[in-house]
Design a protein around this ligand. Structure first.
Ligand code: GLC
Length: 820
């Protein structure tokens, strides 16, 4: 049994309370026979009632609400003395109006069943055990003990617990950014946003709280989202291999059961309730260069100039805390940056978008406008005895806005006015766990407005960072009018993806961290956070050229690609390590830009349909035994498989390819999937495979987004003898016109036979791209083409290149291409 004084072990705790209970004496107390509440379990339910899509069960004292959210999602809530908390969630902005086809309540001899046409929620009459099954009566999740709770004598409210059966071969995924193996089976983990400088493998908790996991058992998946912002714990068979438990130090026992059976269904449905990332400006999918810090201005200009001289594409340039005056947010150090507007404009003319850092700590200084305004309006957090919450961060003594107050969020959003006027394109939200030097974070007794639902820091801690970046995003969105803002945050809670991208925090320049980063990005991706990246190269410590290059190669396939380094390290730009590294780094960053339309389309699939961008192998092939332990390979979108090189000096490595045919991206050789293969890994490549039948759109290499008018989009079409679909999404790339349906969704269907191949294109939407033609590049055609017909017209002008690829030009709105 694991014992940790910070961890609430349900059994030990109840024992402790019982002991204390024994000492509880009061002479002549008429209420002496009333025992204080110790751990309490639901008793047998005595009845069921219905109100719309909500069903209520009670054991005479406690009440349980079962809500049918959609055909596949059911929410369970527990009220220990029948009083539910207000219906409010930062993670789930809107629960109503989701599609439900059919639902009802059925009473049977041994149980009540709340059903939809897809799932059943069973409430057992004997003991209030809750379980879920599908419409084939396959039980996917069952309580191992009834839901239970303990009174929290110190703060009021309850510790709340749920314990489910953990099956022998059950695997667990999710929970955000945990720095550990991808499969969480056998682990106990905590959610409490923590500034974790140079974190280590297995260190827990880190920066984010995503209390959502996916279970996979016998090839069938379901998800549990425990929407509770207090400190939460998850135990996946660690203490007892037959039990999975989750519990919180306060708030409500409220969880969503999210049906599969595919992991992908679970992830999509989790997105349905917590939202997806809005479309980013296209430039934000380019390469970003960051450092703590680039200053003064001459340094920024030197770095950006070198990018252009070296012909290494780059879109984002970052200003870390030293751009400010004494680290006061929303000010400038005029000695270092005498004319920020001029600098930002000139950087923008060279294609660089300036991103600035903002921290939540506001320096206590009556001569500082932001502090004065916050103080006058009572926007800063207070302790329970009404002192201000004060703590030290970069600027020295600070107070902290209460971002859980909508009025404060609005004020904060407005503070970006000047930065937006100066031309700042993005805002980096840091230290928002919140981090405080010395004590780590705020004390528990700090009070928060919590959007009118009041709470101590115990309740608000895990959402503080999310509400900060929400305020930033909403403010920028307002100020930038129809332009898409770019934001990045360190801390977050479920749903943070509606407001921001994230990076994994202060990692280390080590091979172990390269591995960890690879797992963290995949984990974040199945936990609702697709737009994420690591500090490429490692934040602290010194990478050598090889490690940096291997990290650039992996980072090319992180949805967010940024190199960053701590102030006490050597220079860390893509050219810092000399040759051959510079050339390889350039080649990969160029590849990032070539694949931008592909990544942008994958982003659209995420935004619109809830597909994650990075997809672990088990997400694609959950039936295959062994895949639940794979954590190196992943696909980028659904067509390109990536296997980063994670060891120094590695000349070749094993790569698992899911079933089907795959093309080696570099050699165009075809490999049969469903097995592991050995792939050479010279320093200038990593294993990249493209699924047969894919249409991979490609832009010409640009030094930054918008450098050139796109005159032609290349379509790399990989022959397949089975039918395959691909998508291409196009729009303006920087406005919200897509919300008014001004975009184009193109679908390609590729079908191949031994002597014929057809490619069909269909499109939907109101956007017209400015280019006229595609450059078609057909790879792997198994025959020599003699006749090519595009929409009934013969194409005479095609060539078969030395590598056997077939090249031709085609009007962008063709509907059918037949090659025979
Ligand atoms: C924190 C951030 C890091 C940043 C530094 C200075 O450590 O995680 O990215 O560079 O603060 O602002």
């Amino acid at each position: 049994m694991m014992e940790d004084k910070n961890t609430l072990n349900p059994e030990l705790l109840s024992q402790k309370l019982v002991e204390e209970d024994d000492e509880f004496h009061h002479v002549n107390n008429p209420a002496a026979s009333i025992k204080p509440i110790v751990k309490k379990y639901l008793g047998a339910p005595v009845g069921a009632t219905q109100k719309g899509n909500k069903f209520f069960f009670t054991d005479g004292d406690a009440k349980v609400e079962v809500t049918v959210v959609t055909d596949e999602i059911i929410r369970v809530r527990l009220a220990p003395h029948s009083v539910f908390l207000d219906e409010f969630s930062y993670a789930v902005p809107k629960l109503e109006n989701k599609k439900i086809s059919l639902f009802g309540l059925r009473e049977e001899e041994t149980e009540y069943i709340v059903y939809t046409n897809i799932v059943n929620c069973h409430v057992r009459k004997k003991d209030f055990f809750i379980s879920f099954s599908d419409n084939q009566n396959h039980v996917t999740s069952s309580d191992a003990v009834p839901m239970h709770w303990e009174e929290n004598i110190k703060f009021g409210g309850y510790y709340v617990y749920c314990t489910k059966e953990c099956r022998t071969d059950e695997s667990f995924f999710g929970l955000g950014d945990k720095p550990t193996e991808f499969n969480l089976r056998g682990k106990r983990l905590k959610n409490w946003n923590t500034d974790a400088y140079s974190f280590a493998w297995n260190q827990d908790p880190l920066y984010r709280s995503i209390p959502f996991y996916i279970s996979l058992n016998e090839g069938i998946a379901h998800g549990i989202f425990f929407d509770n912002t207090f400190k939460t714990d998850f135990d996946f068979g660690a203490e007892d291999p037959t039990k999975t438990s989750f519990w919180a130090e306060g708030g409500e026992l409220q969880y969503y059961y999210i049906h599969g059976p595919h992991m992908m269904d679970v992830v999509k449905r989790y997105h349905l309730i917590t939202g997806t990332h809005p479309m980013p400006p296209l430039w934000a999918l380019g390469y970003h260069q960051c450092r703590w810090s680039y200053y003064p201005e001459s340094k920024v200009r030197m770095v950006t100039k070198t990018f252009r001289e070296q012909k290494i594409p780059c879109d984002g340039i970052y200003l870390d805390i030293d751009y400010m005056d004494g680290y006061r947010c929303f000010t400038w150090n005029r000695k270092y940056f005498p004319d920020p507007k001029k600098m930002i404009k000139e950087l923008a003319d060279q294609g660089f978008k300036t991103v600035v850092i903002i921290d939540p700590g506001i320096r206590v200084d009556d001569n500082y406008a932001v502090f004065k305004e916050g103080k006058e309006n009572k926007y800063f957090c207070r302790r329970c005895d009404d002192y201000f919450m004060e703590g030290h961060v970069w600027p020295g003594r600070c107070q902290f806005p209460d971002f859980t107050n909508p009025e404060v969020r609005e004020w904060w959003g407005g503070l970006f006015d000047e930065l937006v006027q100066l031309g700042v394109a993005g805002v980096w939200n840091d230290m928002n766990e919140p981090a405080v030097f010395g004590n780590g974070t705020f004390p528990d007794d700090v009070r928060h407005q919590y959007d009118g639902h009041r709470g101590s820091h115990r309740k608000a801690h895990n959402v503080y960072g999310m509400q900060m970046v929400r305020a930033t995003y909403e403010g920028l969105r307002n100020l930038m009018k129809n332009k898409r803002p770019f934001t990045i945050t360190r801390a977050g809670y479920s749903g943070v993806q509606r407001f921001s991208s994230v990076w994994t925090g202060d990692n280390v320049a080590s091979w172990e961290h390269l591995k960890l980063g690879n797992i963290q990005i995949q984990r974040l991706s199945v936990s609702g956070i697709s737009f994420s990246g690591t500090d490429i190269g490692g934040f602290s410590g010194e990478p050598d050229g090889e490690l940096f290059t291997r990290w650039i190669q992996m980072g090319t396939f992180s949805p967010f690609m940024r190199a960053h380094s701590a102030g006490d390290t050597k220079e860390r730009e893509p050219w810092s390590f000399g040759e051959p590294y510079t050339a390889i780094n350039r080649k990969f960053i160029e590849l990032r830009y070539r694949l931008l339309p592909y990544l942008y389309s994958a982003f659209w699939e995420h935004h619109r349909y809830g597909f994650p961008i990075v997809r672990p192998i088990v997400l694609q092939e959950q039936q295959e035994d062994g895949n639940q332990f794979r954590q190196d390979e992943f696909t980028y979108g659904d067509k390109i498989l990536i296997c980063p090189v994670l060891e120094p000096g590695q000349k070749s490595r094993k790569v698992y390819l899911p079933k089907g045919k795959w093309y080696n991206f570099w050699t165009q050789e075809v490999a049969e999937g469903g097995k592991e293969i050995i792939v050479a890994t010279p320093l200038d490549t990593i294993p990249i495979f493209v699924k047969a039948g894919s249409v991979i759109p490609e832009y010409p290499v640009m030094q930054y987004v918008g450098e050139k008018e796109i005159e032609e989009v290349k379509l790399n079409i990989y022959f397949s003898d089975t039918e395959a679909n691909s998508f291409l999404f196009e729009d303006y790339g920087e406005t919200f016109a897509y919300e008014q349906d001004i975009y184009l969704e193109k679908k390609f269907v590729v079908k191949g036979k031994e002597n014929k191949m057809t490619i069909q294109q269909s499109m939907e939407g109101l956007y017209t791209p400015r280019y006229e033609n595609y450059h078609i590049n057909i790879i792997g055609l198994p025959f020599k083409p003699t006749r090519i017909i595009a929409d009934n017209n013969e194409v005479k002008d095609f060539v078969m290149a030395a590598d056997k690829s077939v090249q031709l030009k085609l009007r962008k709105n063709f509907t059918q291409l037949v090659i025979s």
